[in-house]
Design a protein around this ligand. Structure first.
Ligand SMILES: Cc1cc2nc3c(=O)[nH]c(=O)nc-3n(C[C@H](O)[C@H](O)[C@H](O)COP(=O)(O)OP(=O)(O)OC[C@H]3O[C@@H](n4cnc5c(N)ncnc54)[C@H](O)[C@@H]3O)c2cc1C
Length: 474
């Protein structure tokens, strides 16, 4: 009897064995298996930035090893998916191709792949894997939803999220002889300079790293999440975002791991996962969200052309506002930033410096290990006021008060802005108010060891409000 034709599983932002419905379905048959990852050429999907490429390299390495230990091989290729996937399927004589669905612009790539395969007579099966609710599964009376609370309520009356599917125990035989490329040839790692030392220290990319982080969070971190999640000095949030970004852990697995836990902390945590769902709901229904204002009235906003000095000060964490600088340096050193501080630094860029949110979004895209095609533009538009259910533009964070409220003893600032480490608590968020002797005792010469503020808060606030009024006046 002729052996069954092979099945091809195409992995993308779902770099895991656990709760991977496409992989699980392929492993339920005896058809020989080909597992492929394509490093796709841009512009769709949006090419990952530098920090995310570093993560992707290690995620692929980890997955490749996990598959090898199970007698499988991860075939790596680069190019245009609409060429590469049908070409492999054709040369291997595959009867079926399975993949987990994507949303936003990459969905169009997937449709092109699917129609090329169908033309060749190859069956295509797709699965829901990375979102609890797909963008078109939740609808309001007027179509896609724009208000988070209404969206989240509506999901509650929908079908409950399924249980996660365990990692396959048994794999079919692999197909030999499929040409692949070595991981190094995908050129995902930085060469010179090697700026990823801090990333290496902070993270363990890969499914196992994600699993451990989830277990630690559920065992130790979750209690107190609701009250503690806004304080950046404390390890109160899960830090699962890069693992979710690359699909090393599934949201269904996260929900299941909360088990019988209920109450304020678990509910708050699940509702934060809900914001991720909501961002993807917006992205699926507005695929140009990374470049176009969700609220078209913001097309008339009078952003200023960024000066190199302002932009450099913001990017390097040298604005003279300690909480902003700590956040920007945390980002540069670790590839991640606490959510509260993301809001503060984004507000500073768009409201104090009047710089277009797209400029900040692009910097985050390049420097965050969790840079996410939906969450990142959604977060920026939320802060800028141009997004759905957004913070109103006229609500302008005072970086000193934000620092005093959410980093009361300055522990976060001291960690990332060591030149301020010896300032007394009462000045750590506004060193310019310290007396000369106090500055001297802390070893700081303002303007030399640490900058004076690049802009006065009261002035910036009035200027931002005037710009907003000008937009509204048309
Ligand atoms: C300007 C700006 C840019 C952002 N860019 C990104 C990004 O590129 N990638 C990204 O994953 N998140 C982004 N966020 C959302 C949020 O800051 C991060 O998801 C969160 O800080 C990740 O830390 P955590 O995993 O410890 O979160 P936890 O508090 O433990 O939350 C668990 C998970 O819920 C999701 N989540 C939490 N808060 C949000 C939120 N506000 N919006 C959407 N999803 C959320 C994340 O997937 C997160 O991993 C951005 C927020 C802002 C304000």
């Amino acid at each position: 009897m002729a052996p069954p034709s092979p099945t091809l599983v195409w992995l993308r932002d779902d770099l895991r064995l656990d709760d991977n419905p496409a992989l699980a379905a392929a492993c339920e048959t005896d058809a020989p298996l080909i597992i492929v990852y394509v490093r796709e050429s841009g512009p769709t999907p949006r090419p990952p930035g530098g920090a995310a490429r570093w993560w992707l390299h290690h995620a692929l390495a980890a997955l490749g090893s996990a598959l090898l230990a199970r007698g499988q091989r991860l075939v790596l290729r680069s190019g245009t998916a609409a060429n590469v996937i049908p070409e492999i399927a054709r040369s291997a004589g595959a009867a079926g191709v399975l993949f987990n669905r994507r949303y936003g612009p990459p969905a169009a790539v997937d449709s092109a792949v699917e129609s090329a395969l169908r033309t060749d007579g190859v069956a295509v099966t797709t699965f829901k894997a990375n979102l609890l609710y797909e963008p078109d599964e939740i609808r309001g009376p007027g179509g896609p939803m724009k208000v988070f609370s209404a969206y989240w309520r509506r999901t509650e009356s929908g079908p409950p999220p399924r249980s996660p599917v365990a990692a396959p125990v048994r794999f079919p035989s692999p197909v030999d002889g499929i040409a692949g490329e070595p991981l190094e040839s995908l050129a995902l790692l930085p060469t010179t300079p090697d700026w990823v030392g801090g990333l290496r220290e902070a993270w363990t990319p890969g499914e196992e790293g994600g699993r451990r982080r989830l277990a630690d969070f559920v065992d130790d971190g979750m209690d107190g999440y609701a009250a503690g999640r806004d304080f950046p000095a404390e390890p109160r949030t899960s830090r699962l975002s890069p693992h979710l970004r690359f699909g090393e852990i599934s949201p269904f697995r996260i929900l299941a791991s909360l088990g019988v836990r209920s109450g304020r902390d678990a509910a708050k945590f699940v509702s934060e996962l809900g914001w991720r769902e909501f961002a993807w709901h917006a992205f699926g229904n507005h695929p140009d969200m990374a470049t176009a204002n969700l609220r078209p009235d913001f097309d008339a906003f009078p952003w200023v052309a960024p000066t190199t000095a302002d932009l450099d000060a913001w990017r390097k964490g040298l604005t003279g506002y300690p909480i902003v600088d700590a956040g920007m340096r945390e980002l540069w050193q670790t590839g991640w930033m606490h959510n509260r501080v993301r809001m503060i630094v984004a507000s500073f860029l768009t409201k104090h410096l009047l710089i277009d949110w797209r400029v900040g979004e692009a910097w985050f895209w390049d420097t965050l290990v969790d840079a996410d095609p939906a969450n990142n533009p959604f977060g920026w538009q939320w802060v800028a006021g141009s997004g759905f259910d957004a913070q109103p533009y006229f609500r302008i964070f005072n970086p000193v008060l934000q620092g005093e409220k959410f980093d009361p003893d300055g522990a976060y600032v001291r960690r990332f802005v060591p030149e301020l480490a010896d300032l007394p608590d009462r000045f750590v968020h506004h060193p310019w108010d310290a007396a000369p002797l106090e500055l001297q005792a802390a070893g700081i010469r303002l303007g030399r060891d640490y900058p004076e503020p690049v802009i006065d808060h009261a002035f910036a606030r009035q200027r931002a409000l005037a710009a907003y009024a000008a937009m509204r006046a048309g």
